[in-house]
Write a protein that binds this ligand. Structure first.
Ligand code: GLY
Length: 324
């Protein structure tokens, strides 16, 4: 038996999540006018603004998402992405990222150190190698070959936080969502109807060295198929990996569900399968179909996302399944 009360807010969700299309079924989708970009959490506003500069000038969605997430990657105030990200329990900042275009081209880096922009390195993996994923030392060597420069990602205030954690060194890994931010995942549809996505993070604070979450895993943290739509995730990566979350959302859209209905269906199925094991975890899903309709849903409250369309940039609350 599930001990928590489920809050199935079906009626309220439409306005909460700002869904436009009723169904992603091919025959029923109405293309929103102009480009659309969405990203996880409220720091997505600045990221979307950078992406919008490219999209509004008829640029490519892939360039837009890479430029967009470069903003939080470089921002030392964002402690869950790039420079200034919380380190692992050994004090090493290790970054995960992936990128994907409308034709299923994709690239990824996992456990990359010393490079501020892992999403840009992931794109080079996609474009310059016959592979999809590089990890650790090999990813770093590739980045250096590509001209990326090393920097110290462990900035003084984050090093101080790590040293504070070391006093107890209580290994109870939690996602950063308690801080109301986590991974940035971004999806963009450009004027030429090309859809791309990216996902980038420093992962869970104080994780075991070598731990890799969902963010660099194609199908878990991100999936894009220009025929259907894209999805990206935030929250506790282990949970997203279990359910191939982003791919599951895209496949639900392929079968005719709207982005909103697809996100809800995947969260509900996750909870049905995991029950008590899901308590205390967070799963946040964000999706966009190839007509620019958007949906979002999470297991627990607190998930917000940024959406930019027709030059208007705003944060919206996602619906959720369970109260805390
Ligand atoms: N969602 C980011 C992570 O768990 O690493």
């Amino acid at each position: 038996m599930l001990s928590r009360k489920e809050f199935l807010r079906l009626s309220g969700l439409v306005s909460l999540a700002g869904v436009v299309g009723k169904s992603a079924g091919a025959s029923q989708k109405k293309r929103k006018s102009g480009p659309v970009v969405v990203s996880t959490w409220d720091f997505g506003l600045q990221a979307n603004a950078a992406a919008w500069e490219i999209l509004k000038n008829n640029g490519y969605a892939l360039d837009a998402v890479e430029a967009g997430v470069a903003v939080p990657e470089r921002d030392p105030r964002v402690t869950s992405v790039g420079l200034g990200g919380f380190p692992d329990r050994d004090g090493r900042v290790t970054l995960d990222a992936c990128i994907m275009d409308e034709q299923l081209n994709c690239g990824s880096v996992a456990c990359l150190e010393h490079i501020v922009h892992p999403a840009a390195v992931a794109r080079r993996v996609m474009e310059k190698t016959p592979h999809v994923m590089l990890s650790g030392e090999g990813a770093l060597r590739f980045a250096l070959d590509q001209g990326f420069k090393t920097e110290n990602l462990l900035i003084p205030q984050v090093e101080a936080a790590w040293k504070e954690w070391l006093k107890k060194a209580d290994y109870n890994p939690q996602p950063n969502w308690e801080l109301n931010h986590d991974t940035i995942g971004m999806l963009a549809l450009d004027k030429q109807n090309r859809l791309s996505g990216v996902c980038t993070t420093s992962g869970m604070a104080w994780k075991m060295h070598g731990r890799v979450g969902d963010s660099p895993i194609i199908g878990a943290g991100l999936y894009v198929d220009g025929e259907v739509g894209g999805a990206t995730c935030s929250g506790l990566g282990e949970e997203m990996i279990r359910i191939a979350a982003s791919h599951s959302v895209v496949e639900a859209m392929r079968s005719g569900k709207s982005p909103q209905a697809a996100c809800e269906a995947v969260v509900r199925r996750y909870y049905k399968r995991r029950g008590e094991l899901a308590h205390g975890k967070q799963v946040c899903l964000l999706a966009m179909d190839n007509a620019g309709n958007v949906g979002a849903f999470s297991l627990m409250p607190g998930f917000v996302y940024a959406i930019t369309h027709e030059g208007k940039n705003e944060v919206r609350k996602a619906g959720y399944l369970l109260e805390k």
